[in-house]
Design a protein around this ligand. Structure first.
Ligand SMILES: *[C@@H]1O[C@H](CO)[C@@H](O)[C@H](O)[C@H]1NC(C)=O
Ligand SMILES: *[C@@H]1O[C@H](CO)[C@@H](O)[C@H](O)[C@H]1NC(C)=O
Ligand SMILES: *[C@@H]1O[C@H](CO)[C@@H](O)[C@H](O)[C@H]1NC(C)=O
Length: 806
């Protein structure tokens, strides 16, 4: 090996020397080759011998080695033996670097005579340098996605030595992924490339360390190593993977904002950014997007809006997990919303008759309602109720419709309007309820007649009232509405004793006040009945009647009337008194009546003037004239009494009359009487009187016979008054006197006595006739009646006188 080297270097040297000779034209007398790194005094060669110089003279000739220029002198000559020795260890690499030939040129200078010999020293390389990598650690960042066969050039190792001693090859530690390829570059240097033999997977092997060795060709062989550090770079070859492909949750509606729905998670095997998973909701409806939100980094899905079961019962959302490089995968998220009873039922009034007639039949429909609840299931089941105490009920109709009907007949007069409250409650827990109230008014029907406050009315009026005074008032009430309840009063037409009622009383149709139209006379009639009708204004109207009994009360407006003797004195009436009359004998009787009643008709008699005051008395109430003592001879034959009849009214009214008494046993004995009686009569009158007497006598007899016949025929007829009593014309008796409640102060029997001179059965007066027919004809005056009666009395008296004479 060494031989080869020497030969090679020699040949090279020769050729170079030749070139140099030509170029430099310098003689190269001596040429030596020796290896580098020789110690001092290493003998390169013997110059003296080689040049044929005399060793002994070397010193004398001052043999010395001269350098050209400033080059360092690495060798010197040993003048004692002529050897060229190393003066300083030579490092070829330092001296010549990577030059192939490393030649030092020196000159051997000899003096005496001057001689110059060129010495060229060629320094041979010695393998003293191992190959060296500039970087002890070579780092590669290789994507895991790198393809098989991809090459990665490696730095060339450097070896200062040259030739065989320089880098001759490389080797790589055995490994699974890489092989080495050694190549030679243009300048002969060897370099290596790393070739990917098997694909990398970062997820399996993140880093690979390989020892890379460079070897040279020297002997002994030297090597240098470097560490190849391979970082397998991640390639985003993994998509994120969700823990579940479908997430399913149930969520109550109305979940509060911010509450968690679910947390999704996805993992990505990649590292760094490629493994950083962020989440988002994809394929989400606009509505859902407003409700749900996801935390990009944690996958925490929260409620961000109102969840309303009634709007959406379920949401299907895609959740996407994206890694840093955009690889994404999705999972399905199904959110089922559960219903919460958050909707109260709704009551919708579909139709309403706000007015219902009070005569509506039972089960009349009043309103229709519809009930709804937006919840579902039990929360949607609605129960409806109507408040109690109203005559209405709810009838379920078709599907959530209810009709409200009456359950009884209505009466506006009892309840005129209703507030109907309907409550709807759902079946949730807790249940929700809603109520609705609507107003219903009952419209009127004229179903109530006016009703008088009293069953009957009684009115008292004092006679001689002023026309127009109100005598009574009736009130009728009608509970109906407006005109159906407006009461109008009227009199039911009738007649009182043939006279229309309207000429007695009138009624105010609005107020029910009854007015007298004229002044009443108790003596004409004492009471009457008025039928008042109250009518409402409905159509048709309803009415009711009431009777008003009007009682006329007496006023002392009538003075006593003296029937016997005649009060005016025109007709002379004389009572015959027998001379032998004893004390206490009844002589005569004053008969007086009073058209009034009660106290007003209670008469008292008084003698206010008499011829002989001690002789006669008169019964205070009987009017009977009696002797107070026996008649004596000395008493005047003609006695005259003035009698006053007074009633008991306030103030009292009175009348007077004169009674002539003739104390005689024989009428003929008293001639004065004739004069007195017939003072103003003439012969003509006497004649008529005689005729009258005869005819009356005849009539009287016939009359007696007739009476007897009539009596015989009508035996069952009630007897009139009683025999022997003085017949008082019934016209002067108060009709139905006993019926007058509270009007008089006297008992009826006592009152009756004032008209009948009871207890005087010896009286000569006879019943004459009934005056009933003649008395109560309306319009006739009382005066006429009196006159008739008086003339009739006169006739009776005359008859009596005749009988007496017989
Ligand atoms: C009904 O309600 C109204 C108003 O709230 C009230 O004025 C009226 O008195 C009520 N009617 C009944 C019958 O309760
Ligand atoms: C009165 O009653 C009649 C039916 O009898 C009815 O039609 C009318 O509406 C009522 N009037 C009022 C004011 O209520
Ligand atoms: C009231 O009296 C009149 C007359 O007698 C009669 O026609 C009418 O029917 C009566 N009305 C009532 C409600 O009794």
């Amino acid at each position: 090996m060494r031989m080869v080297n020497i030969i090679t270097s020699f040949s090279i040297l020769c050729s170079l020397a030749w070139v140099c000779n030509i170029i430099c034209a310098v003689r190269a007398d001596l040429s030596y080759t020796f290896p580098e790194e020789r110690k001092q005094q290493y003998v390169i060669g013997n110059i003296a011998k080689d040049l044929g110089l005399d060793i002994k003279r070397l010193s004398a000739r001052k043999a010395r080695i001269e350098t050209e220029g400033s080059t360092k002198r690495y060798c010197e000559i040993n003048v004692s033996n002529g050897n060229l020795v190393v003066a300083e260890t030579i490092d070829r690499e330092e001296l010549c670097g990577s030059k192939i030939s490393c030649i030092l040129n020196y000159e051997l200078v000899l003096e005496n005579p001057l001689d110059v010999h060129r010495i060229s020293l060629e320094i041979e390389d010695v393998n003293d340098n191992a190959p060296r990598f500039t970087k002890k650690r070579i780092t590669f960042n290789i994507m895991e996605s790198a393809d098989k066969g991809e090459r990665f050039p490696l730095d060339e190792a450097h070896d200062s030595d040259i030739g065989q001693n320089a880098v001759q090859g490389y080797s790589l530690e055995r490994n699974a992924h890489f092989i080495l390829s050694v190549k030679e570059n243009a300048d002969g240097g060897k370099y290596a490339e790393l070739i990917l033999d098997k694909e990398l997977d970062r997820e399996q092997t993140k880093e690979i360390d390989l020892i890379f060795t460079a070897i040279d060709g020297g002997t002994p062989q030297r090597s240098g190593t470097a560490l190849i550090h391979i970082n397998v770079l991640d390639v985003n070859d993994n998509t994120p993977v969700f823990s579940q492909s479908v997430y399913k949750v149930t969520l109550a509606e109305n979940s509060p904002l911010g509450s968690e729905v679910i947390t999704v998670s996805a993992t990505d095997a990649d590292e760094g950014v490629n493994g950083e998973v962020s989440y988002e909701l994809s394929r989400i409806s606009d509505k859902a997007a407003k409700i749900f939100s996801i935390d990009k980094t944690t996958g925490h899905i929260t409620v961000g809006g109102n969840i309303d079961y009634e709007e959406e019962t379920s949401y299907e959302i895609r959740v996407q997990a994206i890694d840093g490089s955009g690889l994404a995968s999705t999972a399905k998220l199904i959110i089922d919303i559960t219903d919460v009873n958050d909707n109260a039922p709704r009551i919708i009034l579909k139709s309403l008759n706000s007015q219902i007639s009070e005569n509506s039949s039972i089960r009349s429909e009043v309103a229709i309602i519809n009930v709804q609840d937006n919840d579902s299931g039990d929360n949607q089941k609605v129960r409806c109720s109507i408040q109690e105490n109203v005559p209405f009920q709810m009838n379920p109709s078709i599907k959530n419709y209810f009709s409200i009907v009456t359950t009884s007949l209505l009466d506006r007069e009892k309840t005129s309007d209703y507030n109907i409250t309907i409550i709807a409650t759902d079946g949730g827990s807790p249940p929700l309820s809603t109520s609705i109230t609507f107003h219903l008014s009952v419209s009127d029907i004229n179903d109530n007649p006016p009703v008088f406050e009293q069953l009957s009315y009684t009115a008292y009026v004092t006679e001689n009232n002023k026309p127009g005074t109100s005598i009574s008032a009736v009130i009728a009430r009608d509970p109906d509405w407006r005109q159906n309840g407006t009461v109008l009063y009227s009199l039911v037409p009738s007649e009182i004793h043939g006279v229309p009622l309207s000429s007695f009383v009138s009624i105010n149709s609005d107020t029910g006040v009854i007015h007298a139209v004229r002044a009443f006379d108790y003596e004409k009639f004492r009471d009457f009945k008025v039928l008042v009708s109250a009518r409402d204004n409905g159509s048709p109207p309803l009415s009711s009647n009431v009777t008003v009994s009007v009682f006329i009360s007496d006023e002392n407006d009538n003075a006593p009337q003296i029937l016997y003797p005649a009060p005016d004195g025109k007709t002379l009436m004389t009572e015959m008194v027998p001379k032998a009359t004893h004390s206490g004998s009844l002589l005569s009787k004053v008969i007086a009546v009073d058209a009034d009643s009660g106290q007003n008709a209670w008469l008292s008699y008084q003698i206010i003037k008499s011829t002989d005051p001690g002789l006669f008395t008169i019964g205070l109430h009987s009017g009977e004239i009696r002797t107070q003592r026996d008649i004596i001879e000395s008493d005047s034959m003609k006695q005259n009494l003035v009698i006053s009849v007074k009633d008991n009214g306030q103030p009292p009214l009175s009348a007077t009359c004169s009674v002539y008494l003739l104390i005689s046993d024989n009428l003929a004995e008293v001639p004065e009487l004739k004069d007195m009686t017939y003072e103003e009569s003439n012969s003509k009158l006497t004649f008529y009187l005689i005729i009258a007497l005869v005819s009356v006598s005849t009539f009287f007899l016939t009359f007696i016979i007739l009476i007897l016949a009539v009596r015989f025929c009508h035996r069952r007829k009630p007897r009139l008054l009683f025999d022997g009593a003085v017949a008082i014309p019934s016209a002067y008796l108060p009709p139905n006197y006993a019926e007058v409640e509270g009007a008089g102060t006297l008992r009826s029997s006592y009152n009756y006595d004032t008209y009948l001179t009871t207890g005087s059965r010896t009286s000569d007066f006879k019943f004459i006739t009934s005056y009933n027919d003649a008395t109560l004809t309306a319009g006739e005056t009382l005066k006429n009646v009196k006159n008739e009666t008086l003339s009739a009395s006169l006739i009776t008296l005359n008859n009596a006188g005749e009988e007496n004479e017989d």
